[in-house]
Design a binder for this molecule. Structure first.
Ligand code: FEO
Length: 170
């Protein structure tokens, strides 16, 4: 039912989203190890969201008669030498994921695959939010991160983040 070019990219995206979850778990580990548990919590929840994204791509393919092949997930390979590095890496990664979603979108347009376009619309919006969140967090760190009291307050705020399931259901 889906064109091969479109389904191949959707299949690949499962792996990319799971890698995103891995990357954010790695970042979460980093912050927990530095006693910034609020930052650690924020990225752990971010990882849960990425797992949800992977499940949405998987379910969409299953709903369209596909049995997506699951490839190995790469190990996170970023190194962090200060508290800012993971935030910059996260923003850069979200921009990369946006480019991947855009590529699938362009392929679906080429294939006149309106069903997939409708599915992807949620991700287009989601990526806008993800980039904004990453950018805001980096910006706030740059403003407050060098002052220990402010860093403590920011960490406490990020520690209050709770998980909620994605608004898209299939
Ligand atoms: Fe699923 Fe943050 O991209």
């Amino acid at each position: 039912m889906l064109k091969k070019e479109v389904s191949a990219l959707l299949e690949q995206q499962i792996n990319k989203e799971l890698y995103s979850a891995y990357l954010y778990l790695d970042i979460s580990n980093y912050y927990y190890s530095k006693n910034l548990d609020g930052f650690g919590n924020w990225f752990k929840i971010q990882a849960q969201e990425e797992r949800d994204h992977a499940m949405l791509f998987l379910t969409y393919l299953q709903n369209n008669g596909e049995a997506p092949k699951l490839e190995a997930i790469a190990a996170p390979d970023k190194t962090f030498s200060n508290f800012r590095d993971p935030l910059a890496a996260a923003l850069e990664h979200e921009e990369y994921v946006t480019s991947l979603i855009n590529t699938i979108y362009a392929e679906a347009i080429k294939a006149n695959d309106f069903r997939t376009l409708q599915f992807l619309d949620w991700f287009v919006k989601e990526q806008g939010e993800e980039e904004k969140n990453s950018n805001d967090l980096l910006g706030r760190f740059d403003l407050f991160g060098s002052d220990l009291k402010s860093l403590y307050a920011l960490d406490a705020e990020l520690g209050a983040r709770t998980y909620s399931a994605p608004s898209l259901t299939l």
